[in-house]
Design a protein around this ligand. Sequence first.
Ligand code: ZN
Length: 430
Amino acid sequence: MNYEGSIPLTQQNRVENYAIVFSKTGMEDFNLLIDCTFTLRFDEDSTAVMRFGGDAAYSVGALRVTVSPEAAWHYDPEAKTIAFTAPTRQPRRIRMTYVYCNLTSAFVYGDNGCELWEPSYGENFYPYVFGDRSLFDVRYELPAGIVPLGGYPTQECVGKGNTRLFHSRIPETVVSHSCVFALLDTTRYRETVHLLDRDTLRLWFMPAPEVPAARIDELHRLTRDATAFFAACFGPYDDTRNAIGGHPVYLFHTSGYSNRNNLNLISASQEKFAAKPHLLPLAHEIGHRWLGEWTLLIPDGAEAAYFIKESLNEYMTLLFVRATAGEEVFRSLLETEYEKPMQTVRGTVADARLIDMRHNDNNTAVYCKGPVVLDRVASRMGYDRWIGFMRRFYATWRYRPGLAYPSFVGLLARDDPQAARLLDSLVRTF
Ligand SMILES: [Zn+2]
């Protein structure tokens, strides 16, 4: 069956019509008061289980839940779930208020004046069913000096006293776990709007370390080139049905932590950006517009989940290098920055099989071994044929729940059974 262009029907979704207020007023750093209302449907099962919560002891406090009409609920902090059980199939409108403490964001960003709110790394700061799509109406109540950034587009409304209000109504159903955003202290971050030909790029910087103007220019060109490459492989960047438009905004922070893409936001270390010899990690983040956790709905914990969500994207980023800088540069990069680090851990406990990459917990396996293995297959198939296969894979599985590693190899087997056998044996045994 060809699913190209199709999006799961609303009827299949269990949770609909979120109305969420994220309030920062009077809250400590990395804490939000959250008021989350949604409609929950019950199909054959009388119990619906949603992902909810982060750290079992600290993430969720002062939880109050009201269900109308009445239904039983149970929050399990260890399992990071909240379950609702109803005696009838009638949909329930559920309202949850709680304080959420985002420990992951605190550990990563510390005293940086920015907080990233995203459900990655097990911070489920609002309840959702993985793989669902839903409408969102989101409000932010923020103290003066704080703005929401990225995620889905927001508009500022008239505030009350010292509180600034921002509103985001997403006109289409979007992936339920994709309501992510950064909160930014504007007394510590400055916005730069960079112009290249008539194209604009928005970036937020800390005062230090200083970033040379030429570097920003380089990033703008890279953003344009990487976008053009991935768009030629997978289709346009803009996608109004999924509330994706224009270039992402870049947020450079002083955490040394790696980059992450949150749909319309790319966050990265300013130190690395100012000093690192090449900007390839940022092209990888551009690639996540098409390949990664917001489009490929393979759940964490499934076999080879991070081979699918990360290695494929990293390898496509290398093929972007091949397309723009040529075969020689591509080959030497593959050898020095992928093959070599992979060989360094070969035979040690850090040398994991790709099939075991159920969580993003081994950079050498996910980001080095993955691309090395993929190149062994793609170089035999021919790069154009490989890209053609990747296009079909993306078109078949984007936004489609139920993706599993065997579906990926199975699809490859239809194009090239020999390549699929080689890939599968490398993923399972190498
Ligand atoms: Zn990534």
